[in-house]
Design a protein around this ligand. Structure first.
Ligand code: PMP
Length: 309
């Protein structure tokens, strides 16, 4: 995430990345109500185009987040879709690229509480990334002592920057204790999600994932995976999940735009299955790769094509 691209998109035009400045007042209370998205563009298997994955769904979620936070985004969906595609072309990517659309209150804000209806600047930044899908590794996870934010306090379905302090605390604790990623429980002590990724378990050939009212972001990868599982004829259940079910899982995996499909090989120090990514996780990762790289014709509407420069 440190590469400097040539351009970013800012409130209607491409601007040189190095010159995209704000006043210091944009970083204080103004940033509390800022919302964002994380999107990936994959190099197609044919090497001839980039495929932005589920762009419209990500942008819709950005508007949903803005609506709940009562922020006004002065650009319509077509404009933002054009912004993303135009930015990929302008920056000349010939490889996988991550896209970060976000919105924050425009102008100088000194009020402690950003007023409802505040008009936002909208930006899209981008940088190259290396997909882990084809690498096939796993990670070690641990249940966090930090509780997932609840609907009663900070709606977890909003992708607001301020929500990420929750996952950040959990991640630091997990790393401190020698694990890779945290798993957070919600206010009912049921499993919610990781710090930036949803979670599913496999037991007896059935996939179980916490329901959308468990304190999870309505993950687009989660929805994709549930669709792929139905394509594969695998039984899927969305319901409340107990912590102890994690200990009995045959397979466990995170799913998110950044994480893609990341198998969990140990949870709270207990080995999951054989301690290596399980068969269904591997099948799913392969199906996800085929999908995002344009080898699977079934869900074409999820791919926005951008020709290589
Ligand atoms: N939960 C949180 C808190 C996240 O930040 C993300 C990443 N956007 C996810 C889950 C996964 O969502 P998606 O699959 O849409 O990237």
């Amino acid at each position: 995430g440190t590469a400097e691209p040539e351009w970013l998109w800012r409130s209607g035009s491409l601007v040189p990345w190095r010159e995209a400045r704000v006043h210091v007042n944009a970083v204080g209370h103004a940033s509390v109500a800022a919302v964002f998205e994380g999107v990936k563009a994959y190099l197609a298997a044919d090497g001839r185009r980039l495929l932005v994955f589920r762009l419209e769904d990500h942008l819709r979620r950005l508007y949903d987040s803005a609506r709940i936070c009562r922020l006004a985004l002065p650009y319509d969906l077509d404009t933002l879709r054009g912004a993303v595609c135009g930015l990929l072309t302008a920056n000349g990517y010939r490889q996988d690229a991550y896209l970060r659309p976000w919105a924050f209150p425009q102008g100088v804000i000194r009020e402690q509480m950003v007023p409802a209806g505040t008009i936002c600047e909208v930006l899209v930044d981008s940088w190259p990334f290396r997909s882990l899908l084809e690498a096939g590794g796993g990670c070690r996870a641990a249940v966090s002592s930090w509780q997932r934010i609840s609907e009663a306090a900070m709606p977890p379905r909003v992708k607001a920057f301020s929500n990420y302090h929750n996952g950040r605390l959990a991640l630091m604790e997990a790393r401190e204790n020698g694990h890779d990623w945290p798993i957070m429980l919600n206010e009912r002590a049921k499993v919610s999600e990781g710090a930036g990724a949803c979670l599913a378990l496999v037991r007896d050939g059935e996939v179980v994932t916490p329901s959308l009212t468990s304190g999870v972001l309505p993950g687009i990868t989660r929805d994709t995976v549930l669709t792929l599982l139905r394509d594969l004829g695998v039984r899927v259940r969305e319901r409340e999940v107990d912590r102890s079910e994690l200990y009995l899982a045959d397979e466990l995996f995170f799913m998110g735009t950044a994480w893609e499909i990341l198998p969990v090989t140990a949870v709270d120090g207990l080995t999951v299955g054989d301690g290596v990514p399980g068969p269904l996780s591997r099948r799913l990762a392969a199906a996800y790769t085929d999908l995002v790289r344009g080898r699977d014709g079934r869900h074409r509407h999820w791919l926005t094509e951008v020709p290589l420069p």
